[in-house]
Design a binder for this molecule. Structure first.
Ligand code: CUK
Ligand code: CUA
Length: 653
């Protein structure tokens, strides 16, 4: 192995030499100097540190090569980060109200969407987002849409990457929680969502003594309508699964196109109850040496679901019952080592890599061998629900010892893979041909997912890997007992991995992320026309153009038509009577890049963000008499403080 130190020393020398050549050489002492070597020495930086800094630093005005979309965990949001600088660009509001974006603070469109995203009769103001999935065309990220799941409340959200705003949230009352989503098929035909903890499916209530009879797993294939930019709920369907707990899924591609691979654990169907002297779930659900990977033919399932009499409806959703799925050849099982977590399809679609949390190996399944066994009907038996089981030994390509507690695997452009090793708190690099471990690197600490550049596509870029670590311990200044998680950027271009940067994430536990080439994204700079509705992505019927402002009353309803432009609202007075319903249509009539206005009304819990060209509507009952200033909440100009007005609510009687 080549010495990393030697390489670093070389590069370090080169950096200093370049600095000297371009005239940055010593001009003062180490204190205020621009002598790179002196500064590095004074700050106690090693050669490797300086190289890492040079590889990640973006001078002002320079853009990142990649954009990472990371889950915001229980913040319910999505984080957008530039790679390699690891600069936080945005936190997209998804499942949780967010005031800067005016998301859930009075905007009628957001309010309606969030109200429709409630479940079990509850309004939901948080989510546990785990897995973002970029839309794909022919197995490559196309930069158009992003999907993300909410594990806590089984939901999938859709974000339009023209304006980075959430457009749709679909709910799944037939699941208790979800986890195996969001993952997309290679042309985003479907968005995959698999339940995690099984609940009764065909009956509203059954206690745990009826677990094996009444509880069921479920996988839903949400039909994506790209033209409409929406999930088409009516053309979506689910498949009933045995009551195991299902974990990660991944869509096949290339030769395995048309299939989904889905892990499971608790195939023991343990029902816990430590308070009654039973083994707790943690031991009951991890007794067996093998669990089952589910092999699902989504392409054929879509045909079956479209036929009469093949589905049953529950909570308004079509479900292919398990007997039908077995009979139609939609569902197979193959054993997989101990409490697996990640299931990752290789870029060429020929293999599926599975990591058992309690097994030190990754298992590599051959799609060719699995398909042959399925076609030949060669099974070792069936599970207690009648699902055929493939023979483990005859369908695997190999197993490789990678460390204690392997979780998730990502791929590069050179036929190598990177597996996160939770217990050993490291990343192991291994290659497929020949099957061997080639490198590893410590991460800090307790790594969950990994993301490589374009890592889930058929043609990953390699280059960068981000390790998403659960614990940060001693990596950052202490901020009390609740610590940030740690995104660590790792350079994977060379033979040896090199740690480049630590980025604390202080909004929620990140799970998964995807990294896309930045030039694939084509976001709007401003909305295309003045009066644009982000909800419909078209001109709003409530747009207010300059000269169309005014206030009108009909009974107890007061309608205000308002424009916003630097630096005033028109009108500046909203005069209503206590108890009136107030509807305010506001359009930001500017088309200047970055000229966003806010609209916040004091004490009424209202705040909008109105980007250039955007039209928004806010509706409320003026139930409290008094004088309430409203003002622009974005510092938009030198006279921004003057961009205000008054809501005058005259007392009744
Ligand atoms: S999960 Cu969190 S580390 Cu939800 Cu994909 Cu593995
Ligand atoms: Cu508009 Cu401040």
């Amino acid at each position: 192995m080549r010495s990393k130190r030697y390489l670093w020393a070389l590069t370090f020398t080169a950096v200093v030499a370049v600095a000297a050549v371009v005239g940055l050489g010593s001009c003062a002492g180490p204190g205020g100097s621009s002598d790179v070597g002196a500064i590095a020495r004074a700050r106690g930086l090693t050669e490797a540190d300086v190289v890492a800094a040079v590889k990640t630093y973006q001078p002002t005005g320079k853009f990142d090569e990649y954009i990472m979309f990371g889950s915001g965990g229980h913040s319910g949001q999505v984080v957008v980060i530039g790679v390699p600088s690891m600069r936080l660009l945005k936190v997209i509001a998804v499942f949780t109200p967010e005031p800067w974006q005016g998301y859930g603070y009075g905007s009628v469109d957001h309010q309606e969407m969030l109200a429709g995203a409630g479940m079990a009769g509850h309004d939901l103001s948080w989510g546990d987002s785990h897995h973002p999935a970029l839309s794909e065309t022919d197995g490559d990220y196309d930069g158009e849409f992003l999907f993300i799941n909410d594990k806590a409340n089984p939901r999938i959200a859709l974000i339009d990457l023209r304006d980075f705003e959430t457009k749709q949230i679909v709910t799944n009352e037939n699941m208790g929680t979800n986890h195996g989503g969001a993952f997309v098929t290679p042309n985003t035909e479907y968005v995959i969502e698999a339940a995690q903890y099984s609940i009764p499916l065909w009956t509203d209530y059954a206690d745990e003594s009826r677990y094996q009879e009444d509880y069921r797993g479920l996988v839903t294939l949400w039909k994506f309508d790209r033209e409409a930019g929406r999930i088409d709920e009516g053309r979506s369907f689910s498949i009933e699964l045995p009551p195991y707990w299902h974990d990660l899924s991944d869509a096949g591609k290339g030769p395995s196109f048309g299939w989904v691979f889905l892990n499971s654990f608790n195939t023991e169907m343990a029902t816990g109850g430590v308070e009654d002297g039973n083994p707790p779930f943690e031991s009951g659900a991890s007794q067996n040496d093998m669990d089952y990977m589910h092999i699902i033919n989504w392409e054929k399932a879509a045909e079956v679901a479209a036929q009469r009499g093949m589905t049953r409806t529950r909570n308004g959703r079509r479900i292919i019952p398990i007997e039908v799925a077995i009979e139609q050849g939609l569902l197979y099982l193959v054993p997989e080592p101990k409490s697996p977590h990640g299931a990752d399809v290789t870029p060429d679609g020929r293999f599926v890599v599975v990591s058992g949390k309690l097994d030190p190996t990754v298992t590599i399944y051959s799609w060719e061998k699995m398909k042959q066994a399925i076609d030949a009907g060669s099974f070792t038996g069936h599970d207690s629900y009648g699902v055929p089981i493939l023979d483990f030994a005859s369908v695997i390509e190999g197993q490789l010892e990678v460390g204690l507690g392997p979780l998730h695997t990502q791929f590069d452009d050179k036929g190598c893979a990177y597996t996160s090793i939770f217990l050993d708190t490291k990343v192991t690099k291994w290659c497929l041909d020949p099957l061997e471990v080639v490198d590893d690197i410590s991460v800090h600490y307790n790594v969950g997912h990994l993301a490589t550049a374009e890592g889930d596509t058929k043609s990953p870029d390699g280059k960068y890997l981000v390790a998403m670590n659960k614990w940060s311990l001693d990596r950052f200044n202490e901020v009390g007992p609740l610590l940030p998680q740690n995104f660590q950027l790792i350079d994977i271009e060379g033979d040896e991995m090199q740690l480049l940067y630590d980025m604390p994430i202080g909004i929620g536990e990140p799970h998964y992320a995807q990294i896309i080439k930045a030039d694939k994204l084509e976001a709007f700079r401003v909305y295309p026309e003045v009066g644009w509705s982000p909800a419909t992505m078209s001109l709003s019927s409530d747009a207010v153009l300059a000269g169309q402002e005014g206030v009108s009353r009909r009974g107890n309803t007061v309608t205000v038509r308002m424009t916003a432009i630097r630096s005033h609202f028109n009108p500046e007075y909203i005069r209503v009577r206590e108890g009136d319903r107030v509807i305010i249509h506001i359009t930001n009539i500017e088309q200047a890049f970055d000229a966003t206005h806010g609209f916040g009304i004091s004490k009424y819990n209202i705040n909008l963000s109105i980007e250039p060209g955007e039209a928004q509507t806010v509706e409320f009952v003026a139930d409290k008499a008094g004088v309430f200033p409203f003002y622009c909440t974005e510092f938009c100009s030198a006279l921004h403080l003057e961009m205000m007005g008054y809501l005058l609510v005259e007392p009744r009687g």
